[in-house]
Design a protein around this ligand. Structure first.
Ligand code: COA
Length: 348
């Protein structure tokens, strides 16, 4: 029994803001942002768009691919999507910027709008590692119950709405977007010759670094109070240097452990999709491990850091441009708030 990826999709808001656009509003420059992060632009959701809207669009695109309905249009496509939605047993959605704090989960809103009436739905909170955590969670829930066959796994974020636009050290880093995959339990082997699908996942956390990436206000630890004049919404606070050091270490260690546990070398891996937080983090880890730069797929230049959405967005982009061939071994690697980290090994 294998857990295979049978469809990918993404949703990118149309409004594109370049570094030069930002430099007109805050004290920064294209040169600083590019040289420190590799970011050239980011896409920003309109005021009327919430996390579930992007998630729904990405989910529909993934579902259309899984259902072979990519080339259909209009009512025919809607009918194919409605039918495909009924085949979903589970929706797991990773986000740090859901529609509502706590309840309902954003996954439940997507379940309703998609018409996935047979699917259980829940959110996973693991910040930028959220997609890696969610893929493993969904695979585990499919594996443990013979009646579950198909799951939709989404990473969706509207980070620009929780960015502190007075803090140039963080606000330039983030963008909005969503990515999704459909996974299915198939009769293919998951080990030995001809093995397919999700082979192995490493998940980890170091909660002692919780303060390094935090939304401090608005939760039960520090709720907004009646009568309080709020001068700042609940926004991201980050210790950039601490997160940078954690990221380089965990990316290096986790890639090494995934290869060792699977008994392979980096030469066996066709592509690596890293969380797109900072191109320098990827370059530093790649250098330590002796991995050629071209093995990493990077699209941070266009989308900036979209947190849990960055890996599935990159996966869909690479897949749709023909960069992933059947039987290719794909490695994902991520890190983020919590602090959390993880990686998956997937035979495409
Ligand atoms: N534009 C221009 N200058 C900026 C700037 C900006 N957007 N942001 C910071 N600076 C300035 C600082 O004020 C500082 O100036 P000073 O030396 O005069 O005090 C200088 O640039 C260096 O700042 P510093 O914070 O030391 O830069 P850095 O090289 O550590 O890079 C990050 C900062 C945020 C890019 C880097 O620490 C990082 O990527 N960390 C990881 C963040 C991350 O991945 N977060 C998401 C995790 S999922």
């Amino acid at each position: 029994m294998a857990i295979e990826v049978i469809g990918t999709g993404r949703a990118i808001p149309p409004q594109r803001i370049t570094n030069d656009d930002l430099a007109k509003r805050i004290d920064t420059s294209d040169e600083w942002i590019r040289s420190h992060t590799g970011i050239g632009a980011r896409h920003i959701a309109g005021d009327e768009t919430a996390c579930s809207d992007l998630a729904l669009e990405a989910a529909k695109n993934a579902l259309a691919m899984a259902a072979g309905a990519d080339t259909l249009t209009g009512a025919e496509k809607e009918a194919a999507l409605a039918e495909a939605a009924l085949t979903l047993d589970l929706i797991v959605l990773a986000t740090a910027t859901g529609d509502y704090p706590g309840s309902p989960s954003t996954a439940c809103i997507v379940q309703d709008k998609l018409g996935a009436r047979n699917a259980a739905a829940m959110d996973v909170g693991a910040a930028c590692s959220g997609f890696i955590y969610s893929l493993e969670t969904a695979a585990g829930l499919l594996s443990i119950n013979k009646n579950r066959k198909r799951a939709l796994v989404i990473g969706s974020e509207i980070l620009t709405r929780v960015a502190d636009w007075t803090d140039r050290g963080t606000c330039v880093l983030f963008g909005d977007g969503a990515g999704a995959v459909i996974i299915e339990k198939t009769g293919a082997p998951s080990e030995g010759p001809g093995k397919r699908g999700l082979l192995r996942t490493i998940l980890g956390a170091d909660g002692s670094g919780a303060e390094h990436l935090i939304f401090r206000r608005g939760g039960s630890r520090s709720p907004f109070k009646i009568g309080e004049t709020v001068v700042k919404h609940s926004c991201i606070e980050m210790n950039g240097q601490a997160v940078y050091n954690f990221a380089v270490k965990t990316v290096t260690d986790t890639i090494g452990r995934l290869l060792e546990q699977e008994g392979i070398t980096i030469a066996d891996v066709a592509r690596i999709i890293p969380h797109q937080a900072n191109a320098r983090i990827v370059q530093a880890a790649g250098k330590r491990l002796g991995i050629p730069e071209e093995k990493f797929f990077l699209n941070i230049g266009e989308y900036a850091n979209t947190s849990s959405a960055s890996i599935p967005i990159a996966m869909d982009e690479l897949n749709r441009k023909g960069g992933l061939k059947r039987s290719d071994l794909l490695l994902t690697i991520g890190f983020g708030g919590g602090l959390t980290y993880g990686g998956n090994l997937i035979v495409w």
